[in-house]
Design a binder for this molecule. Structure first.
Ligand code: NAD
Length: 298
């Protein structure tokens, strides 16, 4: 018998993820505050509310913007924890602060639910293709229950540790990605200023000790990689606004744990200036290249 799934949050990521669940044969109910988004998941039942969507299903999945949305949906007398069927597996795929993830999971555990934080990496393209990476926090038993479902939406599934660990691993990764991208943009700008061809310089550094994911597969200089966002006016991809959100979560996590992240902090400040001074919030995060070479904006 196929599992029934409730799915709330049908934005850029959630709608294609829910479509992949329908495609894989799960019985899916969906809900979003924007009714038109529910119609976009063909083959799913449109629920009347988030709580209605959570009632009577085997697994309940959320893909919401931020921690306050997750907390608001799960906690309180009108929330999912107070109204879902006992035994429902709860999976939050949103990227949120680890503190809120732990708080909601601990309230879920108190009520006898198993809850996982399962933020994703792979972007909208990965959500559409069903090739997301899930970074899971929670029990191994919970992860095994979720595995068939996660496998229908993604390709790689990592168990990072207990509740909140998925969110911590996700913010560490994205902080490193921002640092790598700003460093790559800086090195390319320096080389070009001194007469080098950006493609030739990229080829050298890719095979040398400076090689990294931003340089090797997501090159920020326009024209170096035809398929990268840099070569289509920095459209599509992973928005500066979202990178700033994740850098904020990384710095918050550092603050709460007494850690120090000077490079993450610098990357966040560079991205904030870029967002505000270049109206770059909706551009791909590799557009930080234009912060170093403003003429590339045109
Ligand atoms: P989005 O803003 O496109 O979608 C969020 C959806 O949640 C919206 O449709 C909104 O109407 C809905 N929503 C908000 N509150 C709700 C509520 N109380 N009840 C029902 N629906 C509600 O965001 P997205 O790009 O899909 O991202 C979702 C999450 O995934 C975020 O945490 C983001 O950081 C993370 N993420 C995004 C990407 C990406 O490339 N877009 C990549 C990895 C992770």
């Amino acid at each position: 018998m196929s599992l029934s799934v409730g799915f709330v949050g049908l934005g850029n990521m959630g709608a294609p993820m829910a479509r992949n669940l329908v495609k894989a044969g799960f019985e899916v109910a969906v809900f979003d505050l924007v009714p038109a988004l529910m119609a976009s998941v063909e083959g799913a039942r449109a629920a009347a509310s988030a709580v209605d969507c959570a009632r009577g299903v085997d697994v309940f999945v959320t893909m919401l913007p931020a921690g306050r949305h997750v907390e608001g949906l799960y906690l309180g007398d009108d929330g999912v924890l107070a109204n879902a069927r006992p035994g429902t597996l709860l999976v939050d795929c949103s990227t949120i602060d680890p503190g809120t993830a732990r708080k909601v999971a601990s309230a879920a555990t108190e009520r006898g639910f198993t809850m996982l934080d399962a933020p994703v990496s792979g972007g909208v393209g990965g959500a559409q293709a069903g090739t997301l990476t899930f970074i899971v926090g929670g029990t191994s038993a919970g992860l095994e229950r979720a595995r068939p479902l996660l496998s229908a939406m993604g390709r790689n599934i990592f168990h990072a540790g207990e509740n909140g660990a998925g969110q911590i691993a996700k913010v560490c990764n994205n902080m490193l990605l921002a640092i790598l991208m700003t460093g790559t943009a800086e090195a390319l700008a320096l080389g070009v200023r001194n007469g080098l061809d950006p493609a030739a310089l990229s080829a050298v550094m890719q095979q040398s000790s400076g090689g990294n994911w931003a340089l090797n597969v997501y090159n920020p200089w326009p024209g170096v990689m035809a398929e990268a966002p840099a070569s289509r006016g920095y459209s599509g991809g992973f928005m500066v606004d979202l990178m700033l959100k994740d850098l904020g979560l990384a710095l918050e996590t550092a603050e709460q744990s007494g850690g120090s992240t000077p490079m993450g902090s610098l990357a966040r400040n560079l991205y904030r200036l870029h967002q505000q001074n270049n109206a770059a919030g909706k551009l791909d995060f590799s557009s930080i290249q234009t912060f170093y070479r403003p003429e590339l904006k045109d």
